[in-house]
Design a protein around this ligand. Structure first.
Ligand code: ADP
Length: 238
């Protein structure tokens, strides 16, 4: 049984239903990527997993406990963290102040240790600890957003398009970091437009279309099987 289980999840905004009954079973300790066209409901799914959107039907369970209707901060205390695509750092604050915000629930002593741990993980952030975030590059901000989410040492990390608007070289660096974070025992669930790069770092790939799960299988199969590639990545293998 996976660390995250979703059964028949129905969610939407106002009168509009976006997710029409999604099932997921995310394996512990692995990286899973969700791909799919714009508007498929990928971000909506992440919002429902984090508690920013309460579903109309269905259940979300984390580590065997149902969390379907729990607010986001309670899910954080249970070991889930979320890095949204936008507004994932405070631009007017310094690197260190951002990390402190990420660990605001921690004791003073633990806070200091966790900040030190992020500087070990992200040496470039250590060099810039007093720098205001609005003066930093997109890649550095994304690394900071990851570091901030890791302040609570989550068991499950939800990432919404971690490489959006980054150059290929920096996107590859972000994925290298995500792999490293995963090797340290963390389960990672990623929604990503950069399907190739993300699937190469993943065990499982999930394709969403029109608010439903259209396909699920081994990530390498999506990357290498001609028919599946054509159907879901829209390109032949190079
Ligand atoms: P994806 O992440 O796959 O691109 P989204 O989950 O962002 O898809 O969006 C799915 C649908 O939900 C889209 O039609 C989008 O316009 C709609 N939607 C997203 N956020 C909101 C919102 N806050 N209010 C109303 N509709 C929304």
């Amino acid at each position: 049984m996976g660390i995250l289980r979703v059964e028949n999840l129905v969610a939407g905004y106002g009168d509009t239903e976006i997710l029409h009954g999604v099932d997921l079973d995310v394996a512990e300790g692995k990286v899973t990527t969700i791909i799919g066209p714009n508007g498929a409901g990928k971000s909506t799914l992440l919002k429902a997993l984090m508690g920013y959107l309460i579903p109309r039907a269905g259940t979300v369970s984390f580590d065997g406990d149902e969390v379907t209707a729990l607010p986001a901060h309670v899910r954080v205390s249970k070991g889930i963290a979320f890095v949204p695509q936008l507004d994932n750092v405070f631009p007017s604050l310094s690197v260190e102040e951002n990390l402190k915000m990420g660990g605001y629930t921690l004791t003073r002593e633990l806070l200091g240790r966790r900040i030190a741990l992020q500087y070990e993980r992200f040496p470039r952030l250590a060099e810039r600890r007093r720098q205001r975030v609005h003066t930093m590059s997109g890649g550095e901000r994304q690394m900071l957003a990851l570091a901030r989410a890791l302040m609570t040492e989550p068991r499950l990390l939800l990432l919404d398009e971690p490489t959006a608007a980054l150059s290929p070289r920096i996107a590859a660096e972000v994925f290298e970091k995500i792999r490293e974070i995963n090797t340290q025992g963390r389960t990672v669930l990623i929604v990503e437009q950069n399907a190739e790069l993300s699937l190469r770092a993943s065990t499982t790939g999930i394709v969403m279309a029109d608010g439903c799960k259209a396909f699920e299988g081994p990530a390498d199969k999506i990357l290498t099987d001609e028919k599946i590639r054509e159907a879901y990545l829209g390109t032949a293998k190079d």
